[in-house]
Write a protein that binds this ligand. Structure first.
Ligand SMILES: Nc1nc2c(ncn2[C@@H]2O[C@H](COP(=O)(O)OP(=O)(O)OP(=O)(O)O)[C@@H](O)[C@H]2O)c(=O)[nH]1
Ligand SMILES: [Mg+2]
Length: 377
């Protein structure tokens, strides 16, 4: 099947569960009362940097200098290692196709198929092939030329989604709901975010909204301690929405800057659990209709094509504002990040490059694109 044939087939997303969330079990209506109109639109404080090779205004954060080898090398090496399997597929494939070859229709179609095979998505593959056709049609090209040109196009596609999370100070707290499937890296990402926010002097409270497993609460408490954040938790089996509501009112009364709410990992095809997530969102809105102010979907980069279904279904349930893509240091299927950018256009706030609290970086379009094509930055 050619790339062109595949273009009309869509991405084959999973079924969206038609969840009709029930009322909060054991809800206490008086406490769920509306706290009045939302405050005047808050000024946006650009928390401009997830720790990255770019300098950041973060007094407590060890900041890598832009030109310094240490961190830059470290992060790029991990990114390259992580993207290794996708990168090999692409670079090997391109080398196989283009040992001096005229960039005619057939060559473009072969390239398009290769890009689709590397998870970049049908739409992206067509765009890249189209851009190459425009600039180099019928020219003789080498594999190097093609890799460079593809990397440039991928970087262009990624640039609009390479954004940082903006914290609105006046929200007090800015509420971040974190969701994703089991084991995608939610709790670890929360720890990384907490550390980052604390490092720029913001008061952060964490809510252990994964009330299903005692171990989940303990895990967040350990991370909270390390990051120096209060963790609001309840007994195992407590209602997650109720906890989220109470955590929000408490964080509000304490004038915290940020509240990050962990949630249980849920399979996107389990409608009851997805309904529960919707319920959490709904009770937060009783305090402030604009809450949660951010809803981060955490995606494990190693899952490949399944990420499409995850984004699709979580977006049906809650207003996802951005993505954090984790395990980019593992055997990541990086191509899918490009496909997601093209298909959904959701901001990618950060990427996870390890299990430690410091192992999060800004998503940088050019570095990512060039690593994906096996090129040095
Ligand atoms: N290599 C690597 N491992 C990661 C990264 N992020 C998370 N992990 C690991 O992935 C595993 C799952 O991480 P968690 O943060 O517990 O994931 P979760 O989404 O909270 O999981 P559940 O609560 O069970 O749904 C842990 O072993 C983490 O150390 C990352 O960026 N890179
Ligand atoms: Mg967790």
């Amino acid at each position: 099947m050619s790339g062109k044939d595949r273009r009309d087939e869509g991405q084959g997303g999973a079924q969206v569960p038609g969840a009709t969330p029930a009322e909060v079990p054991g809800a206490r209506p008086a406490e769920y009362a509306d706290h009045g109109a939302p405050e005047a639109p808050p000024p946006s404080r650009g928390l401009s940097e997830i720790p990255t090779e770019r300098p950041i205004e973060a007094p407590a954060l060890e900041r890598p200098n832009p030109g310094e080898r240490g961190d830059r090398g470290g992060w790029l090496v991990r990114l390259k290692r992580g993207l290794g399997s996708s990168s090999e597929k692409l670079t090997g494939g391109i080398s196989g196709l283009f040992t001096r070859r005229r960039l005619d229709d057939e060559a473009l179609e072969d390239l398009e198929d290769l890009l689709i095979g590397a998870d970049l998505g049908v739409g992206t593959a067509a765009k890249i092939a189209g851009a190459l056709a425009k600039s180099r049609f019928n020219q003789e090209v080498t594999a190097e030329d093609v890799r460079g040109a593809v990397a440039d196009e991928v970087a262009k596609l990624l640039e609009p989604v390479a954004q940082t999370i903006s914290i609105h100070e006046a929200h007090k707290p800015h509420v971040i709901l974190v969701c994703g499937v089991n084991g995608s890296g939610k709790t670890t990402t929360i720890a990384k975010l907490a550390r980052l926010f604390k490092s720029v002097g913001l008061e952060v409270i964490l809510a252990a909204g994964d009330t299903f497993r005692a171990a989940a609460t303990e895990q967040l408490q350990i991370w909270g301690k390390r990051a120096g954040c209060e963790v609001i938790a309840r007994a195992t089996g407590a209602d997650a929405a109720s906890l989220a509501y109470d955590a929000y009112t408490q964080a509000r009364s304490q004038r915290a800057d940020i509240l990050i709410i962990d949630t249980a990992g849920r399979l996107h095809n389990k409608s009851d659990l997805m309904g529960e997530l919707k319920k959490i969102e709904r009770v937060l809105k009783k305090v402030d209709p604009a809450a949660p102010h951010d809803c981060i979907l955490v995606l494990d980069a190693t899952v490949g094509q399944n990420a499409h279904a995850q984004v699709e279904v979580f977006r049906e349930m809650v207003a996802v504002t951005g993505l954090v893509v984790t395990k980019v240091d593992g055997s990541a299927k990086g191509g899918v990040v490009v496909a997601l950018a093209e298909r959904f256009g959701l901001p990618v706030y950060a990427v996870g490059v390890g299990e430690g609290m410091e192992d999060m970086r800004a998503f940088e379009a050019r570095s990512f694109a060039r690593s994906l094509l096996g090129l040095s930055s």
